[in-house]
Design a protein around this ligand. Structure first.
Ligand SMILES: [Mn+2]
Length: 627
């Protein structure tokens, strides 16, 4: 059967991208080879996973993790560290203020502790110092007598800073995963998955790289491929920490990353880290499951809140603490900072929304700034503007005549390319397709806005940017059950590049009128009848459309299945991602899905809206849910 296509648009404004239909033969072959059910086989095929690779995808083994030696530079790095320890030298680990950065520091710090190395760490202040290896910090560390500097999650572009460190007789090891520049810094060793490391998994995050270094160092210190029990224990903790960093950095959950997350999440339940226990107690875990979504939406924002609203060292101290009382204090502090972050972000989002709504016309790229806006949340606010207006957004905090801010893009608009386009108007800036950061002088803002709008207009398709919601499969009402949910859970861990499967249920009926829940007023709870069954559903960001959902209304609904409760017989719940009202009953016999969809799904009958389901911007999604 050829690929099914249709032009349905949901109430959220997102275009629904329908799945191709794998052949029955392909499904059969995968069922046999991977010992999975036909449902899982068709989902995997739809994601481009072959029958050959399906088995290791479904049950990845820890032994499949690429060995530490696959990263070039790792053995020189290990020798430099061992040499420094043997001379009783002082080591500094230099990281970043986000979850990936602090988990990277925690991994090496816990290992150096066990190795009896003299060491300290340094995290720059997000707002006062900014990201990356900075010269004043290097001077400070040199003055404190540091001999060996190890960067984690940063440093690959720090050509000048490394030169400065060398001049101050600091030996530098760089471990990083950010895009390497053409000319690399003159460090004593560079450990990076995309620098001379053909055997390495290229998408490792900073903590994934730190995990490899910790593993190689453990082997070297134990003088054996098989490490001693205390080192095994620390590597187990390192795996859990690497999973946190991997999830929070939203790198694709394939290859090494999938293995690290799968075993790291498992390790979270086995290790003794009082900080994480204390944090988990505060971060309500509704279904009692420690999965990728729980870490991404509950644990990571709390750890990040320290860097955004205070100093990231509090979050690091939490990860390093072995004292339950102190850990509980720190967890409570992070929770408080996270609540303050939420309030701040909500307030600024409202102000930014109002600012955009007051513009004479919706611009092709949104640029807003204010002196009172907190620099720690401008990125989150930009995500929300993109979600609300379906336009790329740049949000700045003004400090005198200086503007510093964050940008978020959307499909069709590459933030990195846009920043390059405006390079002549800014002081500094960089990023990737989905997100970036910019600093510029106030006097250049008008030119910058003009330049960005022109760039956005040149790449914007007719009718504006549209976001797409890709659907994995169409599900008939009698196929929706807890068994299907159980089968899908085998595809976990879910996250970037492996999202929880999304299904289109074409003939659902609103069983209870929707209620608005949550502080934002944009989350809706309702019950959906599918065939003879009734399911609870929660829709994030759909609150504004709730009024058209009357009891008895027929809808085509795009849903994810969510487990409720930990029991084996747990109930099935829906997360409602989008819906479209249906005006008539489906025909009894469906000639083809294509025609059927065209007949049944009508354009939304309420006012057109730019509000869309922000599916592709993982960074944004990650930040938005906690609000
Ligand atoms: Mn990172």
């Amino acid at each position: 059967m050829d690929k099914l296509r249709m032009d349905a648009t949901g109430i959220s404004g997102a275009r629904w991208e329908m799945p191709g239909e794998p052949s029955v033969d392909a499904i059969r072959a995968m069922v046999v080879q991977a010992h999975c059910t036909p449902l899982v086989a068709s989902l995997l095929l739809g994601r481009g996973i072959s029958a050959q690779s399906a088995k290791s995808f479904l049950s990845p083994s820890f032994n499949e993790l690429s060995p530490p030696e696959s990263l070039s530079g790792i053995s020189s790095a290990v020798e430099l560290i061992v040499d420094c320890i043997s001379r009783n030298g002082l080591i500094a680990i230099y990281g970043d203020y986000d979850v990936d950065g602090i988990t990277s520091i925690a991994i090496l710090s816990r290992l150096l502790n066990l190795a009896g190395a003299r060491h300290q760490y340094y995290i720059p202040h997000r707002i006062d110092e900014g990201y990356g290896l900075q010269i004043p910090a290097i001077d400070q560390l040199a003055d404190q007598g540091v001999n060996l500097l190890i960067t984690v999650d940063c440093g690959i572009s720090a050509v000048e800073a490394v030169q400065h460190a060398n001049a101050r007789s600091l030996c530098v090891i760089i471990t990083d995963h950010h895009e390497p520049p053409a000319a690399l810094p003159s460090a004593a060793a560079i450990v990076h998955p995309r620098v001379d490391s053909p055997g390495a998994y290229p998408q490792l995050c900073g903590a994934g790289v730190a995990h490899k270094l910790a593993w190689a160092l453990s082997r070297r210190l134990c003088q054996s491929q098989k490490v001693s029990e205390p080192f095994r224990q620390v590597l187990l903790e390192a795996t859990a920490l690497a999973a946190l960093g991997t999830i929070a950095d939203v790198v694709p959950l394939t290859g090494d990353n999938r293995i690290l997350v799968k075993y790291g999440l498992k390790a979270l339940g086995q290790i003794h880290m009082p900080g994480l226990t204390a944090l988990a107690e505060l971060a309500q875990n509704q279904n009692g499951r420690v999965d990728g979504e729980y870490v991404g939406f509950s644990i990571a924002p709390r750890l990040n809140a320290a860097g955004r609203m205070g100093h990231a060292r509090e979050a690091l101290e939490l990860l390093l603490s072995d004292n339950p009382t102190r850990a509980a204090e720190l967890a409570a502090e992070l929770d408080k900072l996270n609540r303050r972050r939420q309030q701040t972000d909500r307030k600024i989002t409202e102000q930014a929304h109002a600012r955009v709504a007051a513009m004479p016309a919706l611009p092709s790229a949104i640029v807003v700034y204010d002196e009172s806006w907190h620099a720690g949340v401008v990125g989150i606010v930009a995500s929300r503007l993109v979600e609300r207006f379906a336009r790329p957004a740049f949000v700045f905090q003004q400090d005198g005549d200086l503007l510093s801010g964050s940008a978020r893009g959307l499909p069709g608009f590459d933030v990195h390319a846009a920043i390059e386009h405006a390079r002549h108007l800014i002081i500094s800036g960089g990023g990737h397709a989905a997100a970036g950061g910019v600093k510029l002088r106030l006097e250049n803002i008008a030119g910058f806005i003009d330049c960005l709008e022109k760039f956005a207009a040149s790449v914007m398709p007719r009718g504006g940017f549209t976001k797409t919601l890709s659907i994995d499969a169409i599900m008939k009402s009698d196929e929706v059950d807890a068994q299907a949910l159980h089968e899908i859970e085998n595809m976990a861990p879910f996250g970037a590049a492996n999202p929880r499967p999304r299904f289109l249920i074409q003939d659902a009926v609103i069983d209870s009128p929707p209620r608005l829940i949550g502080a934002s007023g944009r989350t809706v709870a309702l019950r959906l009848r599918v065939g003879n069954q009734v399911f609870d559903a929660v829709g994030f960001g759909l609150g504004t459309h709730a009024t058209i959902l009357k009891r008895g209304a027929k809808v085509a609904a795009v849903v994810e299945f969510k487990p409720a409760g930990e029991s084996r017989f747990r109930k099935l719940q829906f997360r409602l991602l989008d819906f479209a009202l249906r005006s008539s009953d489906p025909p009894a016999a469906c000639p083809s899905l294509h025609e059927q969809m065209h007949k049944q799904i009508h354009e939304p009958i309420n006012e057109p809206t730019n509000e869309t389901v922000n599916e592709t911007i993982h960074l944004a999604a990650q930040e938005v849910i906690q609000g």
